[in-house]
Structures are given as C-alpha cells and as structure tokens.
Design a protein around this ligand. Structure first.
Ligand SMILES: Cc1cc2nc3c(=O)[nH]c(=O)nc-3n(C[C@H](O)[C@H](O)[C@H](O)COP(=O)(O)OP(=O)(O)OC[C@H]3O[C@@H](n4cnc5c(N)ncnc54)[C@H](O)[C@@H]3O)c2cc1C
Length: 696
C-alpha cells in the first residue's frame, strides 16, 4: 500500500495582475496586492496523487497535504482536504521565512520524515508528489533538493502514470522527446509537469475539510538543519521591472498586409528585432583597473550611485588614493556629499576601496549536456559565457563532461572556448540517470572546486543542478538570463557572480548572489547566451576523472524512450510552425504544407515545418519537428507560429528568430506580446488567404 505526501504552496495569483499591483516608483510588483491561490501545478499534483491511488487499486493509501508558509497558507490545505486529502500539515514559523530553495527543501524534507513517522506509522512505501515548480519562484529546484536530502529517487517533469506489474511507471518530458521510467526503489519523489484533470470539491468533502483539524508544526517541531534567511545559500540583491520587449508586436489587419511584411522582412527591410539582453560592460579585476577609485562594478544601484558620488567628490578634492584620506578629508567628503550618505556609509565605502582580492578562486565551469552522440547546443552557449566571465576573472574555463564514452567531445568544446575538459567516463553513465550523474559531477566539483558552475536550464540541467548543488552545499540560481561579474565592496566582496533571472511569471527580474558556498552555481536559459565562433586552432587539456559507481547508485529504470529523429532541416530560412490550434493532423498537413510551399516558391528559399510540443503530443506531426526548450532551438529569418499560444518553453526555442509572425484566434494570446507581426484570426481562414496573397 503506497501513501502519498503532496507538497502544496500558496502563491500570488500572477494571472490576475492589475496595474495597481505595480509600484509606480520602481515598476516592481507588490505581492500583497495580489490574491493568493494554490500553485496551479500543485493542484494538479494533488489530482495526480489521487489518480495514482486509484490506479494502484488500493484506496486505503493515505494522501497527506503539506505546506510551509504563514498561517493563512492553511487555505491551500483546506483546498486539499476538500478534494481528496486525508490529513493536512501546516509548517509555519517566522524563522522559516525568507528562505531560498535550500532552506525550503530542507525543512520540508524534515517534515516529510516526521509525517512518515507520526502519520504513516513508519511505512516507507510512499511517494512525495509535487508540482514541477511554483509560479512565484519558477525554479523547479525544491523537489530534487528535497529528494537529495531524503536520499530518494526523483522523477521530474512527469506527465502520466501507469500501474503495471505491481509498480508505477511514469512518462516524463526529456530533451528531444519523452521517456517512461520507474524508480528503482521506494520511496520516491515525483514532480508533475502536466495533468489535465484537476479535482473539484464536493459538498460532503468541503464539510469534512472544515471539520478536519490541520496539524501545525513550527521550526522546533521538525528540527531542520537549514532554515530561513540564515540557512539560505543565496540572497536577492535587487528586484527590478523586466525590460520592454524589442519585438514590434504590431497587429496587422489582413492577410495581404501580412504577405507584404513577410516578404519585406525576409529581404531584411525594417530593422531586425534585437533580443532584450542586458549588456552591462566587461568586468575588470581591481588590480587591472587604471584608477583605484574606479568602482563601476558595484552590485546594487544604490551602491553604484554612492560610489559615483564619492568618486566625483574625491576627484574634485584632487585625491587619487585611499591612503590620502584622513579625518579632515572625511569631513570634507561628507560636507560635499551632503545628504547622500552618512559617516558610517563613508567608512564602509572606504574599507571597500581597500579591497583588492577576489572573493572566489578557481575556474569557471560548465557542466556539459549531451545525448551520447552530440553535445547540446546550450552547452556551447554556456562555454561562450564562461569564456567571457573567466577572461574577466583571469582564470580558465573548465567543462565537466560525464558519460559513457565522452572524451571525443573534448575537441569541439575546446574549439568553442574551453581550456580544460574534465572527463568522467563510466559505463553506468551511458544513459542519463540523475543519481549516478549527480555522484559523478558532484565528485568532480568537490575535487577541483571551481568558483562558478553553470548548467543549461534544460529539463536535465534543472534536475541535475539542484541535486549537485545541494550535495556539495552550494547556492543555486535557476533559469538565469543574465550573468555578470560585479563587486559588492560594502559587503566585502570582489568579483562575484550576479545572477539575473525572471521571477513571478516574468513580471519582475531579480538579481541574486550566492553566499556561504564554495562555488557559485546557476542554470542559464538556453538561447540567451552567445556561442563563440568555433576556433579549431585553440588548445586545451583533457583531464580524466575517476568515479566509483555500481548498480546501487542508479535511481531510475528506463523502460522506453521516444526521441525525434529523421531528416528535418530546422536550420531553414523560414519555419512555419503549427500548434494545438491546427486542430488535427489533416489541418496541420494542409495548412502548414500549403504555406511552406507558397513561401518556398515566392521567396525561393528553404522552408521547414515546425511544431509546438502540444501539436506533437496530439500526433499532428513527428517529434523531430518540435521547436522549443525540449525540442530544437531555431533562429530562422522568419518564424511563423500558427495556432501556438506562446508558452515560455516554446518561446525560449524561437528567441533567436529575426522576425516572428503569429496567427491566433485568441486576441489575448501571450504570443502577441512576443512577436513582431500578428493577425487575430482562425488559421483555417487566414492561412489560405495568406497563400493567395503570396501567390497573387
Ligand atoms: C518541461 C517542459 C518542457 C516543454 N517543452 C516544450 C517545447 O520544447 N516546445 C513547446 O512548444 N512546448 C513545450 N512545453 C509545453 C508548453 O508549456 C506548452 O504547453 C505548449 O507549447 C503549448 O502548445 P500550443 O501553443 O500549441 O498549445 P496551446 O497552449 O493549447 O495553444 C493553442 C493556441 O491555439 C489557438 N487556437 C486554437 N484554435 C485556433 C484556430 N482555429 N486558429 C488560430 N488559433 C487557434 C489558441 O487560442 C491557443 O492560443 C514544455 C512544457 C514543459 C513543462
């Protein structure tokens, strides 16, 4: 009999954001102005656990809902009780507040242990079921880190379950396709990425939910090792509004106008949309700076402004060295700076000016992702970024590549900008098993102690990175879109990695830094960093690294894998992609096929058909055509999205397109805010008109 512990979180309702939810001064979101709801994927996870219980045929298994949050978070527990939960635990304590993912996963893991002991009577046959990620954090890090603390298998990005031969098999999303796996041992952690059947409350269950006592625990009850701000390994430096998209977002009236912009954009008329990547200048170590007072690399806006004021005053006073600043000069500075800062702030700035040693030492690393045949394109992008960071820090770029036979990748990685390739080869690494890879990569990191470790924010990277970082006790920032080296001298830090990422569903940006860690770790969004041109003349070193692995180290049994393949040219100049809005395989064939043909003959260029993951899953087209985070990342001159909503996982894969055109029947489709030209309309009507207009 399996039991199910479902993790739920109360989050701000980011789908209902009104203008007054933003601070007019800073442009950032005020969380307290948003309603609180259950995190949608957690609600689906609850439904998923309920389905698992039914599939197992043993309905005596308990479903226990657990949340950590303020007292009002008990609302999500009542939600769970009114659907299917048998018991509910609220973990609440001010000391738990302000936690990052490490200081969230850790107390939750301790609470799971206590649930098993006190509510499940010590029965070790249980699943922890959670949503893949929460909409406020968007990290997907807590479940794998919780699994790591409990030393359990973690099956991430699950979309379906089947019960066969007395055990569960899970279908999950992987890069390039999907896979069916089963945990080798119980208990296990499951993260749900998609489930179409949420549960609804019944009258009887709602009454029961009201009567059921919610069990409340505080920090002392669970005795966790890492809690709250103290136990966190990252801290937020600043929060700011996201930059405006540089896409044109222009609505067109009809297919004729669309045909005209399609042709003119293809010919390069009208400037290409630039990507909204923040460029923040190259970092220079203090020893390399021309002037000691040059502090253009401070962390926060305030610190930056204060140092500019200080620099200006010192320049006016003719002072160019910290040694010249005595008590009299300090008085002069404070008088000249006026209200800008007080004496304590001045002292800390002057102390900061004396700092010259970087806070971290070691190489800048990338953990390579590959499928055994080739290295994932995102790895090369990260090597390009790592090269820039390492050059600023005057250190080397290392790539850690674990696998069955992977030494052959070294040459290409060195040509892409790496200096040292740390090769961990073992036959048990031939296929990606999270636990075995975690052991291999964590061992390598512990041995060589790089100062920065970057992973691609692919499903695999977002699974492996939290496990590795938790195991080696380092902070981790998820899904970064900006990585810069900065000083924060008022905190006594030189040359640290500022990790910038979207949060709250992309409504705010946050810059985060690592604390109390040997290495600074981040996953970075594919398609954002730039791959360097390959240089076959570059030289580097291959460093073989040993790892001891046995069957005991594997956590998953792979039952089947479905990967896209075949002759698909997603490097074509024009890609016509279809989504779920194409309605059927015939609809897709007819509409995408006819549009490809007429664009090909009109523009005399290569055209290929693409698809969203939903279209592939509906069977409209083969997997090899899938574009996006777990499909192929594309960068054509023209990308045409037909009946595609614009989910982040799709748009990540098309960010490098020069011009994006969308046709969608929903006037509020998210894709309209991320494209250059669009038409609101049915694809069945607009596409034939577009074909006619192109042929006219
Ligand atoms: C870990 C993970 C990885 C993922 N990787 C990818 C990936 O690589 N690629 C990817 O695409 N997705 C990926 N997804 C899925 C992604 O989140 C979305 O679910 C998916 O992109 C939605 O596809 P869609 O836009 O075709 O379908 P929907 O979101 O269902 O949108 C269909 C759109 O069609 C419109 N429409 C309906 N009828 C018509 C009509 N007659 N004419 C015009 N418009 C119409 C609707 O208004 C709607 O906007 C991933 C998800 C996860 C969790």
């Amino acid at each position: 009999m399996s039991n199910y512990i479902v993790l739920t979180k109360q989050v701000p309702d980011v789908s209902q954001i009104t203008d007054n939810a933003f601070d007019p001064e800073t442009g950032t979101l005020i969380r307290s102005r948003l309603a609180s709801v259950i995190n949608e994927l957690d609600a689906l996870a609850l439904g998923f656990a309920h389905r698992m219980r039914r599939l197992s045929g043993d309905t005596s298994g308990k479903i226990v809902v657990l949340t950590m949050g303020p007292p009002m978070a008990q609302e999500v527990l009542r939600y769970g009780l009114s659907r299917c939960a048998d018991a509910a635990i609220l973990l609440t304590d001010r000391r738990l507040g302000g936690a990052d993912t490490v200081a969230t996963a850790n107390p939750l893991a301790y609470a799971v242990r206590k649930i098993v002991k006190e509510i499940l009577g010590g029965d070790e046959d249980y699943y922890v079921v959670c949503g893949m990620q929460s909409v406020d954090g968007d990290t997907a890090q807590v479940p794998p880190q919780l699994a790591e603390e409990l030393k359990l298998a973690c099956v991430a990005y699950v979309t379906d379950a089947a019960y066969r031969n007395g055990r569960f098999e899970f279908t999950r999303i992987i890069s390039g396709g999907s896979q069916v796996v089963a945990p080798r041992n119980m208990p296990a952690v499951i993260t749900v990425a998609k489930y179409e059947w949420p549960l609804f409350a019944t009258f009887a269950r709602t009454r029961r939910a009201k009567r059921t006592e919610i069990i409340t625990w505080d920090a002392d009850d669970i005795g966790a090792a890492h809690i709250g701000v103290q136990g966190s390994k990252t801290s937020v430096i600043r929060v700011f509004p996201p930059g405006k998209t540089t896409r044109k977002c222009k609505r067109l009236a009809d297919a004729k106008s669309l045909a005209e912009v399609l042709c003119s954009s293809f010919r390069g008329e009208g400037a290409k949309s630039d990507k909204a990547v923040e460029s923040s200048g190259r970092y220079v170590l203090p020893a390399e700076r021309k002037n000691l007072l040059d502090r253009s690399f401070e962390g926060t806006k305030k610190e930056d402004e204060d140092f500019k004021v200080l620099g200006g005053v010192l320049e006016n006073l003719g002072i160019d060295g910290v040694g010249q600043i005595n008590e009299y000069i300090k008085g002069e500075i404070l008088a000249a700076a006026g209200e800008r800062f007080h004496s304590k702030a001045l002292e800390s700035m002057l102390d900061g000016l004396k700092l010259a040693e970087a806070g971290y030492r070691g190489e800048v690393w990338v953990v390579a992702e590959h499928d055994g045949r080739q290295v994932h394109p995102a790895t090369f992008e990260l090597v390009g970024k790592a090269r820039e960071l390492a050059d600023s820090l005057k250190t080397k770029v290392g790539v850690c590549v674990a696998g069955g036979k992977v030494e052959g990748f070294a040459e290409e990685l060195i040509a892409a900008g790496a200096d040292n390739i740390y090769v961990v080869e073992h036959e048990l690494l031939t296929h990606f098993d999270p636990a075995a890879y975690r052991k291999a990569v964590a061992g390598c990191v512990e041995k060589y102690q790089p100062q920065i470790v970057l992973f691609a924010a692919t499903p695999r990277g977002r699974m492996l990175a939290p496990m590795v970082s938790y195991r080696v006790g380092c902070g981790l920032t998820a899904d970064c879109t900006g990585l810069d080296i900065r000083d924060s001298t008022r905190r006594g830090l030189i040359g640290i990695l500022m990790q910038t990422r979207p949060a709250l569903g992309g409504n705010v940006m946050a810059t985060i830094m690592t604390k109390s860690s040997m290495s600074q770790m981040a996953t970075a969004r594919p398609g954002v960093m730039k791959r360097l041109p390959s240089d076959a003349g570059r030289t580097g070193t291959v460093v073989p690294v040993g790892v001891e692995l046995s069957d005991e180290d594997l956590c998953l049994e792979v039952i089947s894998t479905e990967l896209g393949g075949g002759e698909v040219n997603l490097g074509a100049d024009v890609i016509v992609s279809g989504g779920r809005g194409m309605q059927s395989r015939d609809g897709y064939e007819q509409l995408a096929g006819s549009l490809c043909q007429s664009i090909g003959s009109k523009l005399d260029t290569s055209v290929e058909r693409g698809a969203s993951r939903a279209a592939v899953e509906q069977g409209f087209v083969e997997r090899a055509h899938q574009v996006g985070q777990t499909g192929t990342s594309v960068g054509p001159k023209i990308y045409i999205a037909l009946g595609i909503s614009g989910a982040i996982q799709h748009m990540i894969g098309v960010a490098n397109s020069e011009t994006i055109i969308a046709i969608n029947s929903d006037p509020n489709a998210a894709i309209f805010k991320q494209c250059d030209y669009y038409i609101v309309g049915n694809v069945e009507e607009v596409v034939p008109q577009l074909v006619d207009a192109l042929e006219a």
